[in-house]
Write a protein that binds this ligand. Structure first.
Ligand code: TRP
Length: 427
């Protein structure tokens, strides 16, 4: 075990990365699948290509997005999937260094996003950081993106001997037209979990958000370390209409009511919506298999408070299998009057396995509330490039009755391409 694997094995985020227990049948190995490309780059690029169709992204843009994904993966793209993952990437439970997500803005076409761990092929955390920084640097040069903010924070988040479980991740908001939105994810515990509060507070001060951060700082300080901690620090870089800084807070063993409380520091965010999402997935809680995660966003529009709150629920830990996870997602989308057809198309784009054969394809469901914007739902997907986790054996379903059945694979109306010139906010 090197420093990287040891650190990840220790799960410093209070079990945040703990996959569902591997009881029950053996995991379905990827090599058992038919027609699947055998290299990480091809496997994920194929999924991305099919997801682009779901998001209304045309052939030319699709090829560009696939190329960028491959560039971000760098040498990892060529890795055969029959070999074990070179490092235990914290992006996905099976250590695939890629995660897809689909945001469903009310009334609009779904927005596709991909998150990448560009240092995945490196075997130590310092190398992971160097590789990731180089990859992000190349992308920034190519697209004329200023990385000044990242550089100003690098002593905090990218020290010479970083702690895990991540160093620098990069997410892309992929749109049918206009520039791709770039977001960077950093580790608040890079200088040690014990210094995370100091690290995040200093970063927020340097970026001019100290005062707006104060309500969140107090919320976490009152519960830290047993009940709350920091998970990610994220920066929007490039030509965003309204760039955000985001602070992710993990809630250990929280109830639905605790999660609702976590939304209170954000004016306009309705706590009861947060509680409703939790109850739909895991009842009243406590959510102690994998933690709930809040995301507070800061744009500077409100100098005294965060401008948005998102709650991420790790649905995979609270359902038997992905059929149930999908039912929960469909029910939640309906609650907000959003069509679930793109979700079904996305699931078909990702895998041919039956949804009942595993859990974790749908990793998180989230609800973002920001200002006067309509609430936004996001579903997160694991590519399952390395393996499929078996259905959970220990899950008593929460109270809600099953959602009415919808055929998977039904054809959906094509999404309307958006014509914005600057990426808008999604999660
Ligand atoms: N896989 C990690 C986890 O499940 C990190 C992560 C990936 C994550 N996507 C996320 C955390 C979305 C919160 C929200 O915790």
């Amino acid at each position: 075990m090197n420093a990287y694997t040891r650190h990840c094995a220790a799960r410093p985020l209070g079990g945040a990365a703990t996959p569902p227990p591997l009881s029950g049948p053996d995991p379905v190995e990827r090599s058992e699948r038919r027609d699947a490309p055998d290299r990480l780059g091809h496997f994920t690029a194929d999924q991305l290509g099919r997801l682009c169709e779901v998001a209304g992204i045309g052939a030319r843009q699709r090829a560009t997005h696939q190329r960028v994904l491959s560039e971000l993966l760098g040498p990892a793209a060529a890795l055969p999937l029959t070999d074990p993952p070179p490092s235990p990437s914290f992006v996905s439970d099976d250590h695939t260094p890629v995660e897809f997500s689909l945001t469903f803005p009310a009334g609009g076409a779904p927005v596709l996003r991909v998150l990448v761990d560009p240092g995945f092929a490196a075997r130590s955390l310092p190398d992971n950081a160097r590789t990731a920084w180089a990859a992000v640097g190349r992308l920034a040069t190519q697209w004329g993106i200023d990385l000044g903010e990242l550089t100003r924070l690098s002593d905090l988040f990218l020290p010479p001997e970083p702690h895990g479980p991540l160093t620098l991740w990069c997410a892309l908001d992929l749109r049918p037209a206009g520039p791709t939105g770039v977001k960077l994810y950093l580790n608040p515990g890079a200088r040690g979990v014990g210094r995370a509060m100091e690290t995040v507070t200093e970063a927020m001060t340097r970026l001019g958000h100290a005062r707006a951060f104060e309500p969140v700082r107090r919320h976490v300080a009152a519960r830290s370390p047993e009940r709350a901690g920091f998970m990610f620090f994220a920066l929007d870089v490039g030509p965003w209409a309204e760039p955000r800084v985001k602070v992710y807070v993990v809630h250990h063993g929280a109830t639905a009511a605790d999660a609702a409380d976590a939304a209170r520091p954000v004016p306009g965010a309705r706590p009861e919506r947060v509680a409703e999402l939790c109850r739909l997935i895991g009842g009243d809680g406590p959510f102690d298999r994998l933690p709930l995660v809040s995301c507070y966003s800061f744009t500077g529009a409100d100098t005294h408070h965060p401008t948005g709150h998102g709650l991420h629920v790790p649905v995979r830990a609270y359902v038997r299998d992905d059929r149930v996870a999908r039912e929960r997602a469909v029910r939640f989308l309906r609650r907000y009057g959003v069509s679930s057809t793109p979700l079904d198309r996305a699931l078909d784009a990702l895998t041919v396995r039956p949804l009942t054969a595993g859990v974790g394809l749908i990793s998180y469901l989230s609800l973002v509330q920001a200002g006067r914007q309509a609430p936004r739902i996001t579903t997160y997907f694991c590519p399952e490039a390395y393996r499929v986790l078996p259905p959970r054996q220990d899950t008593a379903p929460p109270s809600p009755a099953p959602a009415p059945a919808i055929e998977r694979g039904s054809t959906a109306p094509r999404s309307t391409p958006q014509g914005s010139t600057a990426p808008r906010t999604t999660d």
